[in-house]
Design a binder for this molecule. Structure first.
Ligand code: 1GP
Length: 248
């Protein structure tokens, strides 16, 4: 079970997940990236993107499920991001969207298919911070200003009160700068029982270290594996930095 897998690792260290957007490559290429990322020490593969189609999600999850041992978790872009080949799904509410469709509409429409798929449900509140990128635009977000680090903290607290298990601070895929460390720290302090996920714009060991050290439990990187030739070495840089932050 994926939640227990995550909680078990968190007893000793922070976690790294690799995000693969099925839009960007063939399923075979996605498998090659995932294999190298696992050799580099990543703890799980997230599958998703803002504009992805359901067949690409399903085909990528299928080939991964036949070949890799770490959890495959859907990071849904919309209602079609469902696959019986995934181990779990971040069943997420986009809490700072201004459009009810992204807060609870898509989730309701997808609910029957999600239940039927048999995937484990990992409940999540998702908050997008400036610059927000594609997901900020597509999701009609009221973006959190980067210089207001305390705003997400009350949403993290609210997630905990709702009984939601995961809280995701997102700067947007490919963001110039990651989530400010101070913002991560306030969210973790406000709701220490939440599993805090941090992503967007993390490209090197230093940024991964900062996010983990500030209180991030799961550090997500996606774009960086599309930019480098040696995926394994890059993921090793990130996972090494996360381990260092966990041990200090
Ligand atoms: C996007 O947080 C993830 O949803 C990862 O962002 O692509 O910038 O690593 P990057």
């Amino acid at each position: 079970d994926v939640e227990n897998y995550i909680r078990d690792i968190l007893k000793t260290r922070k976690i790294h997940f690799t995000l693969i957007d099925p839009d960007e490559q063939t399923p075979e290429e996605a498998l090659e990236i995932a294999t190298q990322a696992i050799e580099g020490g990543t703890d799980g593969i997230m599958i998703g993107g803002s504009t992805v189609n359901g067949d690409d999600v399903d085909n990528t999850c299928k080939i991964l499920s036949e070949n890799i041992a770490v959890p495959i978790i859907i990071f849904p872009g919309n209602t079609s991001s469902v696959s019986k080949y995934a181990d779990a799904i971040f069943y997420m509410s986009y809490v700072n969207s201004t459009n009810p469709y992204w807060i609870n509409g898509a989730q309701a429409i997808a609910a029957p298919a999600v239940k039927a798929s048999g995937m484990e449900i990992l409940s999540m509140h998702y908050m997008v911070v400036e610059p927000g990128g594609t997901v900020g635009w597509v999701g009609n977000a009221n973006l959190v200003p980067r210089n207001k680090p305390k705003i997400p903290a009350v949403y993290a607290m609210s997630a905990e009160l709702f009984g939601i298990k995961f809280f995701y601070l997102e700067a947007g895929s490919g963001a110039q700068e990651p989530i400010p460390a101070e913002m991560v720290a306030y969210s973790k302090k406000a709701a220490p029982k939440n599993i805090l996920v941090v992503g967007g714009g993390i490209r090197d060991g230093k940024a991964a270290y900062m996010a983990a050290k500030a209180g991030g439990d799961i550090i997500v990187t996606g774009t960086v594996v599309e930019e480098v030739d040696d995926v394994k070495a890059k993921i090793q840089e990130l996972t090494g930095a996360i381990l260092k932050a966990s041990q200090e």
